[in-house]
Design a protein around this ligand. Sequence first.
Ligand SMILES: *Cc1c(COP(=O)(O)O)cnc(C)c1O
Length: 428
Amino acid sequence: MSKNKLKAGTICVQGGWKPQQGEPRVLPIYQSTTYKYDTIEDMGDLFDLKTSGYFYTRLQNPTNDNVAAKITELEGGVAGMLTSSGQAANFFVIFNLCEAGDHFVSASTIYGGTYNLFAVTLKRMGIDVTFVDIEASEEELASAIQPNTKLIFGETLANPALSVLDIEKFAKVAHAHGIPLIVDNTFATPINCRPFEWGADIVTHSTTKYMDGHASALGGCIVDSGNFDWEKSADKFPGLTTPDASYHGVVYTEAFGKAAFITKAIMQLMRDLGAVQSPQNAFLTNIGLETLELRMKKHVSSAQKVAEYLENNDKVAWVSYPGLKSNKYYDLAQKYLPNGTCGVISFGLKGGKETCKQFINELNFIAIVTHVADARSCVLHPASTTHRQMTDEQLLEAGVPPELIRVSVGIEDVEDIIADIEQALEKV
Ligand SMILES: *Cc1c(COP(=O)(O)O)cnc(C)c1O
């Protein structure tokens, strides 16, 4: 049986590290900045990209590469790399294709940190973004594309708006214009959605969330499907299809084929920007990945029960969870995430913003933390924390009303989770 035929739950445990005779069964932490070679010529060949091998951990490290390989297998891609955080992953995918004077299109309902990266920081670097409604029609999407547009970006399941991206529609418009679709698949994880199967070309992750799953290690990952034909749109992507003066004139598409995008991201961006993940964090993420499938099933089934409980409570004004039939993304979720969405739910209370804050303060073990998607249930009021820098107008555009409460349902017993919510609701 070829390894591609293995199911996700098996890849979670067995993917990546394949020990040879007598080697450690568990992926070791290669806690070394450097690697030894016998001759100057041996090392010179590595620098010329004539042979592959490790020489400095800022560029590549075996622990990191084995974890990236596992995630790549889970997503069904051809090449992947780890980054220090999800922010670095999203910055790298944009900056690998865009330079000053370029433009890209992004769904507006995305993670607050990514919104800020796109709307403020990348603009300061001369890279312009147009935000489009996640429900934009094909025509509306197409009209946002300019001659200098290099990619379209969206989140499978937006954090915290929980809108579902119509991946097929976004991919169709992107491909009709000779540009790739990049999807941040953090909330869905490859257990619940594999965006490449729907036409996405590149996937990013904040592994900090469900992949680590224990709130122990920051990390990011980029996976390339290998499906996008850079040569066909060669005029748009000279960085991949013409000689790289900063790397001995290598042409990435010629030298690395389907691994061109990832190789460029490692050889240029990691080399120059250094947002490398520590091997220790990669090791922790790998342990988390071993139980990803188990945990996602539990997160999803418990979140569904909590969402249904909230929907039937008189004090609750609205609940946003794509697993609810009343949700406007229910049909899209059934199509793209038939096994469930994620453990995160957002909702508002009838009393408005102040009542919501009071409710949060009354919770017991559901703790207030700036995090989601780990084993412990937690809660956040985005408008006064993660999204604090945004104006009311930007908040609404990002799908985050001021009274929105975001609960991340953990893997504790769901009866206890509901009881904690119930006692807090009784007090407001
Ligand atoms: C958290 C998050 C990020 C940023 O990841 P970090 O690991 O915190 O840098 C990006 N995208 C989404 C969807 C996220 O939830």
